[in-house]
Design a protein around this ligand. Structure first.
Ligand SMILES: CC(C)(COP(=O)(O)OP(=O)(O)OC[C@H]1O[C@@H](n2cnc3c(N)ncnc32)[C@H](O)[C@@H]1OP(=O)(O)O)[C@@H](O)C(=O)NCCC(=O)NCCS
Length: 344
């Protein structure tokens, strides 16, 4: 059985920076820089321009990961696309990214599989686990795993929405998972979910239990949607408490099953939902600050893009190098969570 390792990383962050003060001054949200920084650690986030969708945002990140793996897009055997903010209800982002990568065109087109993963902030780790399994079973040699989010298109930019709106930013990150005979790569992954909490963090928009799924406003096809269904809903304290518990458990389970001490891990890559969540997790597990990397202060919570952008930055800055032992952990809506141990 081949090992599955991360052969390339890439990221893309849209140019426009929106500071906490901008949320107040440009959008009129009743908030302060101090409140947001103190509760979350977020100082700014990036928003993509109007006209750019989630799949398009992912293109530079995917291209960079593919190039860093020493490959061309047509060498890929599978595209996995993790997002909670897809371009449209269907089809998914993976086929849209595939089209934009140009692999279906030309004299020798490639029509590799393309699949969406809908596991919110854990989406990248669900993707990494899926890619690893596909590579280890010999079905694929190279799998592109992308996390891409455009949150700014669907946030309530009024004071009513401030608790959620201040948290999220737009970004895309990507890795290529490749087969190798070398003794390295993804050593294990652990995924979990607790569907009892589906209502704690959600964005309903469509309700297929209704007939029709949205209230029709008139006979000419326009529909009405209430703010409760239109905007994300979050029970912040429940999310906060469960995130700490589940992230600690997932990391401990990963280390226990792989007979690895937490002290042996060189770099911890935590999902970036809230700096305070990560500080609690690190404190409970006695993880020193020097082994943690963050980007929440400058990017906010970028959901499925968080872990691949952290990896990409860490590789580019020399913080993450060959031979290091890496632990990744994430928690998100669902609730869902995941961890992975990687020998880089
Ligand atoms: C979002 C979070 C920072 C809110 O902190 P909190 O201490 O739970 O705050 P609350 O929601 O209880 O709100 C406390 C007060 O601050 C206000 N408030 C909320 N957001 C605010 C903002 N951005 N600016 C100013 N005031 C704000 C509330 O309206 C409330 O005011 P009130 O007491 O007058 O009603 C926190 O719950 C959290 O981080 N949860 C986890 C979120 C998360 O990780 N989500 C993604 C998961 S992947």
């Amino acid at each position: 059985m081949p090992n599955a390792y991360i052969s390339g990383t890439g990221m893309h962050v849209p140019e426009r920076v929106v500071t906490n003060d901008d949320l107040r001054e440009q959008y009129g949200i009743d908030t302060t820089h101090e409140w947001i920084v103190q509760r979350t650690g977020i100082e700014q986030r990036h928003y993509a321009p109007v006209g750019v969708g989630t799949a398009e945002l992912a293109v530079p990140a995917a291209q960079q990961a593919i190039a860093n793996a020493g490959l061309q897009a047509r060498d890929l055997d599978m595209i996995l696309f993790a997002t909670l903010s897809p371009d449209m209800h269907f089809p998914g982002g993976a086929v849209m990214l595939q089209r934009r990568l140009g692999v279906c065109d030309g004299d020798s087109p490639r029509f590799m599989g393309a699949m969406d993963i809908r596991n919110q902030c854990s989406g990248f780790l669900y993707g990494l686990a899926t890619a690893t399994a596909m590579v280890q079973t010999g079905g694929c040699k190279h799998v592109l795993v992308v996390g891409s989010e455009i949150h700014s298109a669907a946030l309530d930019f009024t004071t009513r929405g401030r608790t959620v709106t201040t948290l999220f930013g737009d970004a895309a990150g990507a890795v290529v998972v490749s087969a190798t005979d070398e003794d390295r790569g993804v050593r294990g992954w652990w995924l979990g979910a607790d569907g009892r909490h589906v209502d704690a963090l959600k964005m309903e928009i469509f309700n297929t239990a209704k007939r029709p799924f949205m209230e029709m406003e008139s006979t000419d096809g326009y529909a009405r949607i209430s703010p409760e269904m239109l905007w994300p809903h979050m029970e912040g304290k429940t999310v906060f408490k469960n995130a700490i518990e589940r992230m600690c458990q997932a990391l401990m389970q990963a280390c226990w099953e792989k007979n690895t001490q937490l002290e042996e891990i060189d770099l911890f890559v935590f999902h970036q939902a809230n700096m305070r969540i990560n500080q609690y997790v690190a404190k409970q597990l006695n993880i020193p600050d020097s082994k943690l990397i963050h980007n929440i202060h400058k990017m906010g919570n970028t959901t499925a893009a968080t872990i691949p952008t952290l990896l990409s930055e860490a590789v580019d800055t020399g913080r993450l190098t060959r031979g290091m032992k890496v632990a990744m952990v994430a928690f998100g809506a669902g609730f869902t969570w995941g961890a992975a141990l990687v020998d880089w």
